[in-house]
Design a protein around this ligand. Structure first.
Ligand code: HEC
Length: 210
């Protein structure tokens, strides 16, 4: 069992390396049609399947922004959009990216604590990042920026029931700080993850269209 898991992990790693290598080749050989498709799938994998547009979409290799540095020139096919149609659109982009960051830190800790991914020495870094972002989560909702009716995203209730919503952001700020303290003191992280996740899930259930 243990061995076959290792084998699977090894295969996964090899596949990932292959995709990375394919992307690298595509970047260094502009115009190679088949290899560019490899780069496409690598780029999409990084965006982990979001169907909605985050305001800056993926461009062709020819339009990629050229970046130079010690490892040679490389084209970035996901350049930042030059601007947003409105302040609400800009905030929505930043909110989604910040939520993804919260999620990344959360899942990195879960991989250590709930699975056997190692990384005990990095739990505190992720927990501190969660607390730093969590302490300011209310700022991600400063400008009314609901998703269009029926689409995925923030619900209008956030700005229609501001006092109720403020209880959710405040509770998350408190809990993420408590979580970081538990990590610092070497407390029960399994319970800590459970307790923190409650606040993610409750806010999503009541204020997010999925
Ligand atoms: C106070 C409310 C609230 C809390 C707490 C909260 N979220 Fe969210 N989250 C939202 C809302 C609202 C959206 C939809 C934002 C949008 O699309 O504009 C969202 C979106 C997301 C997304 C999707 C981002 C994207 O790219 O579309 C992820 C992932 C996410 N949250 C993860 C988390 C995790 C993990 C936690 C807890 C560690 C958390 N959230 C805590 C309200 C919250």
């Amino acid at each position: 069992m243990k061995n076959s898991r290792k084998l699977m992990a090894g295969l996964g790693l090899a596949a990932g390396t292959y995709v990375l290598a394919a992307g690298f080749i595509a970047f260094s050989v502009p115009g190679a049609e088949v290899q560019q498709q490899g780069a496409d799938s690598a780029g999409h994998a990084q965006d982990h399947g979001h169907s909605h547009d985050h305001g800056h979409s993926h461009v062709d290799a020819a339009q990629a922004e050229q970046l130079t540095g010690p490892f040679g020139a490389h084209g970035d096919r996901h350049p930042q959009a030059p601007g947003f149609a409105s302040a609400a659109d800009g905030l929505t982009e930043r909110r989604r990216r910040s939520m993804s960051a919260l999620s990344g830190h959360f899942r990195a800790i879960s991989a250590t604590v709930l699975s056997d991914a190692g990384g005990e020495d990095m739990i505190r870094i992720h927990a501190d990042a969660l607390a730093a972002l969590g302490g300011q989560i209310d700022k991600l909702f400063k400008v009314a920026s609901p998703a269009p009716e029926g689409e995925k995203g923030a619900l209008a209730a956030i700005w229609e029931e501001q006092e109720r919503f403020a209880q959710y952001t405040a509770a998350f700020a408190t809990e993420s700080a408590r979580f970081a303290q538990t990590a610092r003191e070497g407390g029960d992280m399994v319970n800590g993850l459970h307790d923190l996740r409650y606040y993610c899930v409750a806010c999503h259930a009541d204020f997010r269209q999925r």
